[in-house]
Unconditional design. Sequence first.
Lengths: 457, 164
Amino acid sequence: MKLLENTNIRHKTTVMFLLSTVAIVTFLSIVFYTSIEKIIDNDNDETLKLKSDIVAQLYLDDLRSKTNPDSIENNILALKLNRELVFSVKENHLSVLADSLKLPLMFLEQINTLQNGFYENDSLQYVGKKYNAPEDDFIVITSSENYFKKHIQKHLQRIMVISFFVVVFITFLISLYLSKNLFKPIVKITTRVKEISSQSLHLRLEKEKYNKELNQLINTFNEMLNRIETSFESQNNFISNASHELRTPLTSIIGVADVCLSKERQSEDYIETLTVILNEAEKLDRKTKALLSLAQTGFSGKVLKQEPIRIDELLWDCIATIQSLNQQSKIHFDISLIPENSAKLVVNGNKQLLHLAFSNIILNGCKYSNNELVKVSIGATNSKVVIIVQDHGIGIPKDEQQYIYDPFYRCSNTKKYEGYGIGLPLTRNIIKMHKGSILINSAENMGTIVEIHLPFK
Amino acid sequence: MAQTILIPTDFSIGSLQVLKEFLNKQEDNSKVNIIFAAGYTTSSSISDLLFFSKHRIIKTLNLDAFDDAVKIIENKYNNKVNLTKIEFFTGWNQRSFINFLEGNDVDQIIYSKEEQLKSIHKSWFDITPLVRKIKYKQTAVEVDYDIEYPREYIALSPLFSTRG
């Protein structure tokens, strides 16, 4: 068993291929050999029977022309030389005849009773036939040498043994070659996958030529790597996000408390300080909760908590939240292409996360356009909901658009706006979790269009 | 009986604005069949003629985003749109174009007043000049864009970028 465990798939294929070929070749040889033997035997038999008929006819002619037929002894001699024998049937003669001819008695009796008989020994085959003529009942026995045994058998056996070994040898070579080439790409994949470590997750496997099955495997690998990469990124995001977001309120709490404690104060001062601290602590609490839910749903490997959500309601919700946070923001919810059938707006997803994602995008629109009008549109195809957020803000410079999903990346024209560069990567991760896609189209100083596609599932 | 309208298209998302405008303005609730028509030059070789397949052309044009946009409009105007389909006009002259219209039972042609359709494929050609020349019931629709963006074949945003 240990031996079997260690053999690799290459050797297994070689052995399997070899065994199956050997089995097929053996089977074919046996069938071929036996059928050849049978055919030659039958042919021989037929010839002998024909010969018996001719001899019988000659004998009858002889009998009719002569009154005294030849004696039995002469006929026996004839068998030995010319291999045919004719004698008339007399019951008591059979055993004597058998002795003198060195033929078994059984054979002669068989001819006598069944009209036909067949016997063979090492070198000769005998066919006997009984004829009932009006003049006399007689038996004709003809014989010939065992043609198959004498001429063909050995030859055939030799050819078969040689060809058998040749075939096995060739199959062995082919199977070696096949197994080597068949598993070459797999070995290649293995080495390539080994190269991909957590530091080089961006690497992908290359496609093989003319190998559909393997390409499927490679695709699956690459998709898996995509997912792993995303989750790695998200993990990094999460840590940086958490530390950044948590630091701000903590700094202000520490600062305020520090100032307050520097000397003795009036009770109103304490109340004021404590209110500030409470506010900041509440902010901290909210952020921790948000991050915690993100961590729980996204990164711990647990299944995303999902429920059917009506996207238009969610967007109204987001807009209301944003407007309560920032009264100056102007958001127009464009429902000119909202589907008539509201069932086409229901997406399975996590409400908190999607809320976070949409709020992020809309807030970005408000922030980077100095509270100019932001248009939120919604539409639905038969497989997905499309959400489009348009603003007339500062836009994203063309050559920086490829970096916008990098955590902490901030574009060169955003210096005067507050932010950490976390919102967009976070949003993209959330959309990716929902198997959606996000597309950003932007021109500097013209505005930005964010397009989110969310499949129904 | 559903009315059949024909819209010359270059399969850009923005060109669908015409349909959106038209359906917006249409007040009665009668259903319409919509045919998106594009000119398509076929070579004169017999094998190309023999193996002409609308589906293959649609496939090579890669119209996923266009399909999505059409579906969005269909979903919005569910009770107005009966069916939508794409047809290719492969003729040259006015006469064959009229034949094409009659063959498809077109009642009305809708096209954009000012917008120029642009080539997406070497075999594509604009049929609006033909539409303008022939005497057939036709309406030019004005589209009022919010933001002017480059012609888009992947993103769906041009569909939503009109005022109002």
